[in-house]
Design a protein around this ligand. Sequence first.
Ligand SMILES: Nc1ncnc2c1ncn2[C@@H]1O[C@H](COP(=O)(O)OP(=O)(O)OP(=O)(O)O)[C@@H](O)[C@H]1O
Length: 252
Amino acid sequence: MENLSVRWGSRCILNQVNLQIAAGERLVVVGPSGAGKSTILRLLAGLQLPSSGSLSLHGIPQTYLRLDQRQPQDVRLVFQNPALLGSLTVRENVGFLLYRHGRLAEREIRERVGAALHAVGLQGIEEQMPAELSGGMQKRVSFARALIDDPAKPNEQMPLLLFDEPTAGLDPIACTRIEDLIVRTTEVARATSVVVSHVHSTIERSAERVVLLYDGQFRWSGTVEEYRSCSDPYVVQFRSGSLRGPMQPAEL
Ligand SMILES: Nc1ncnc2c1ncn2[C@@H]1O[C@H](COP(=O)(O)OP(=O)(O)OP(=O)(O)O)[C@@H](O)[C@H]1O
């Protein structure tokens, strides 16, 4: 992102921000509610264009929305809610893109789906419907879907995985499992990942680098080790949840 701004009417959500994400990096974006974290994900996913400035993926400027691009970049979203299609089986959900492209034999699709489910610790649930699974299992199925490679891809490209609040509302043990999966999924898919999260354990366990967004700017950036111990006032306030500090709470 270079000098990138996003405005809604007279409100400036992102104000000439610059951000570079290294290939293979795991980045976590933090910041108070309304700071623009989901906006960052929507920009990276090609669901929203900046008001000004530029966004490039793999060095290619993104000037169209994803649906208007001839060959959209390999960006895979893992939503806050797993967003599985309720009328399709787990196998059809995980293999959705492969079925849609229709280029692979059924047997190969089944093998790929089985391998993706195995990678997230699920087995033998291919024929179940999403509604039959717990919320945590549904999340893991959505991770398996992000692992599916599209062999019809024109050129081999490092995928970008986007995780929007992946551990919101989960118990601490389920959080740990999902945090491990973020790391594992990024490795298995040989991907770069960007995670938006408020959850401290998720920030600490799934990030290599953290950026803090507030009032239209990235206020701090550093490694996760630095995030744990630094005395930057924004980070200290975010870590402690204190009402005192440079950040004011959003209107409630
Ligand atoms: N379609 C829209 N029209 C007008 N304002 C919008 C629109 N979408 C987002 N905004 C505003 O942009 C700001 C940033 O929204 P965004 O969802 O990116 O914040 P966030 O940091 O992800 O917040 P949260 O942590 O609460 O999810 C918010 O103040 C929101 O009201």
